[in-house]
Design a protein around this ligand. Structure first.
Ligand SMILES: NC(=O)c1ccc[n+]([C@@H]2O[C@H](COP(=O)([O-])OP(=O)(O)OC[C@H]3O[C@@H](n4cnc5c(N)ncnc54)[C@H](OP(=O)(O)O)[C@@H]3O)[C@@H](O)[C@H]2O)c1
Length: 265
């Protein structure tokens, strides 16, 4: 692992950010860095990571380490996690912001793409979270603001697409639904030890959605990142971003099955 070091190690927390070269992840990294957190940026592109780490160090005088990882290779996870914990010591936060989405038609035609969708969005989150578990800092979850700030956290960037399967996007949606159920159980299991948060963005202006037809109410990665950090700070179980997706998805979830089956969303 390598990194750009500040003269002072950040006054804040030590956070691992998976999928760090993505648009939403970059916005999250900048907002964490602005608080003085020490970061481990993790993604596939070593050169981009080095550029991002140098930029964060330059702008915020924090320490930003980098590690190259392809999350489709679980056989490398144990070694990666060991080396991450050697670099950071105990870890205060894990943010999963990697993601892959092929079109539904491509996924149905090319099953490798369907498999990759599940592996990147779901399997990697499960296996890496379990592998990181022994390395998360051991603070108790308290009720006060100060206690919460000391509580280790895991945050999964999921999607509104996981709330109900849709004909136009159910391979991706099911990978996020699996992630949501995993996070829900993990939150119960780790209560009092680590806070677990799922963030569900709606359409966001990033490489993943570039050129997609039918997008509406499109949010910026910075707005999604701001909502993500607020949700983590408040120890939320689930946060929709922007907020109005909570109500849109509530309506969609309430449509009775016999009607839902007849509409094409
Ligand atoms: N954009 C939206 O409208 C939207 C809406 C709801 C939820 N989300 C979720 O938000 C999260 C962030 O997505 P984004 O919109 O910021 O997309 P993005 O800019 O395309 O970022 C995705 C990131 O995931 C990384 N990644 C993909 N496959 C990987 C692999 N095998 N190993 C390691 N890293 C891998 C990519 O790295 P490479 O550059 O190396 O490919 C990239 O850094 C995702 O979980 C996505 O599902 C997005």
């Amino acid at each position: 692992m390598s990194g750009a070091s500040g003269s002072s190690v950040g006054g804040g927390r030590r956070v691992v950010l998976i999928g760090a070269t993505g648009s939403i992840a970059r916005a999250i990294a900048a907002q964490l860095a602005a608080r003085g957190d020490t970061l481990l940026l993790v993604a596939r592109d070593t050169e981009e990571l080095a550029r991002d780490a140098a930029d964060l160090h330059h702008r915020f005088a924090i320490t930003a380490h980098t590690a190259t990882l392809d999350v489709e290779h679980p056989e490398t996870f144990d070694g990666f996690v060991r080396s991450a914990s050697e670099t950071l010591g105990s870890i205060d936060g894990l943010v999963f912001a990697q993601g892959f989405m092929a079109s539904q038609e491509d996924g149905e035609r090319d099953h490798e793409l369907a498999q990759r969708t599940i592996d990147v969005n779901f399997t990697a989150c499960v296996r890496l979270t379990l592998a990181f578990a022994p390395h998360l800092a051991g603070a108790g979850e308290g009720k006060g603001k100060t206690d919460r700030a000391r509580t280790p956290f895991v945050c999964f960037v999921s999607s509104v697409a996981g709330d109900r399967g849709r004909a136009s996007n159910f391979i991706y949606g099911s990978s996020k639904a699996g992630l949501n159920a995993f996070a829900q159980g993990l939150r119960q299991s780790w209560r009092g030890r680590t806070s677990v948060t799922v963030v569900k963005p709606g359409f966001t202006d990033t490489a993943m959605t570039w050129g997609l037809p039918g997008m509406f109410l499109v949010a910026s990665p910075e707005a999604v990142a701001g909502d993500t950090l607020r949700a983590i700070d408040r120890g939320r179980a689930v946060a929709y971003t922007p907020f109005f997706w909570r109500w849109i998805m509530l309506i969609i979830r309430l449509v009775p099955g016999f009607l839902y089956d007849r509409v094409k969303l």
